[in-house]
Design a protein around this ligand. Structure first.
Ligand SMILES: NC(=O)c1ccc[n+]([C@@H]2O[C@H](COP(=O)([O-])OP(=O)(O)OC[C@H]3O[C@@H](n4cnc5c(N)ncnc54)[C@H](OP(=O)(O)O)[C@@H]3O)[C@@H](O)[C@H]2O)c1
Length: 257
């Protein structure tokens, strides 16, 4: 009998909120985990919790916006064949575009766009070679139209959606699936800070991940939560685009920076 092969999953942006829910969900499916986030103490606490349940965890504290982040993650994965890549982290500057600094918007582009593309360059070839794997790019309902008061964040989420859809088509038949998870309001620490008064149809991170895991092999995109699916349908297919954009702006105007 050979040694059982460990199935590894990477969660980029894993310490809390949706990222922690992804780590928990993938651990429950039997994956060993490489978890990435900036704050070592929060990351280590999650790693210890999952480790106590028998999951093998490698915790990697780094900033995904740093130019060498994809290389450092790829190095940590050497000898650990990757079956699931979840790109979850996002920088989400909020407020009118004119109030933002170039540094803030550059950070959003670095974390939300450059880093996932860099990781895909390094990690997809191995998945295609082994003819197995799944990629999840966390996107958002903000991907479906321009979203005022978080304009650059929304544009990066449209980038994530477009990238996932294109790769889904290119990789058909390779054994590697690609999914954009277009989440709506989800009660995570980041969301609660930005929207303390909440929003209709909020979901728990665990529900978003459970629905996304079910859709993992289907792709190319999914919207968690029935109300979010109805809203997405009405916004995209029923209302004139100008009305949709203004409705979104009326929701995001109150986002806290
Ligand atoms: N929450 C929502 O309502 C909502 C709605 C739609 C889409 N989404 C999407 O879902 C994803 C997760 O959202 P969330 O609300 O869970 O976010 P969050 O509360 O801000 O958490 C993000 C996670 O990523 C890590 N992270 C953030 N920036 C990082 C960086 N530069 N380098 C490394 N790690 C980083 C954070 O840990 P550290 O701070 O320790 O680095 C944390 O573990 C995002 O892609 C977001 O666009 C969320």
């Amino acid at each position: 009998m050979g040694t059982p092969v460990t199935s590894w999953a990477l969660v980029a942006g894993a310490s809390e909120g949706l990222g922690a829910a992804w780590a928990e969900g993938l651990a429950a499916q039997g994956h060993a985990l490489v978890l990435v986030a900036r704050r070592p103490e929060v990351l280590e606490a999650l790693a210890a919790k999952l480790g106590a349940r028998g999951t093998e965890v490698v915790a990697l504290a780094l900033d995904l916006g740093a130019p060498d982040a994809p290389d450092r993650i790829a190095q940590a994965l050497e000898g650990r064949p990757l079956d699931v890549l979840v790109y979850n982290a996002a920088a989400a500057p909020a407020g009118p575009f004119l109030s933002m600094t170039p540094e803030q918007t550059r950070a959003a582009i670095d974390v939300n766009c450059r880093a996932p593309v860099g990781l895909l360059h390094r990690l997809l070839p191995g998945m295609v070679q082994r003819q197995r794997g799944a990629v999840v790019l966390m996107s958002s309902l903000t991907a479906f139209q321009g979203t005022a008061y978080t304009a650059v964040y929304g544009a990066t989420k449209a980038f994530n959606l477009s990238l996932a859809e294109a790769l889904w088509a290119e990789l058909e038949g390779t054994g590697v699936s690609v999914l954009a998870c277009c989440a709506g309001a989800t009660r995570t620490p980041g969301y609660v800070k930005a929207m303390p008064d909440g929003a209709p149809g909020e979901l728990a991170p665990e529900q978003v991940v459970a629905e996304a895991l079910t859709a993992l092999k289907r792709g190319p995109l999914m919207v968690p939560g029935l109300l979010n699916r109805v809203v997405a349908f009405v916004f995209q297919r029923v209302l004139p685009r100008r009305v949709t954009i203004k409705l979104m702006a009326s929701r995001t105007r109150s986002l806290k920076p």
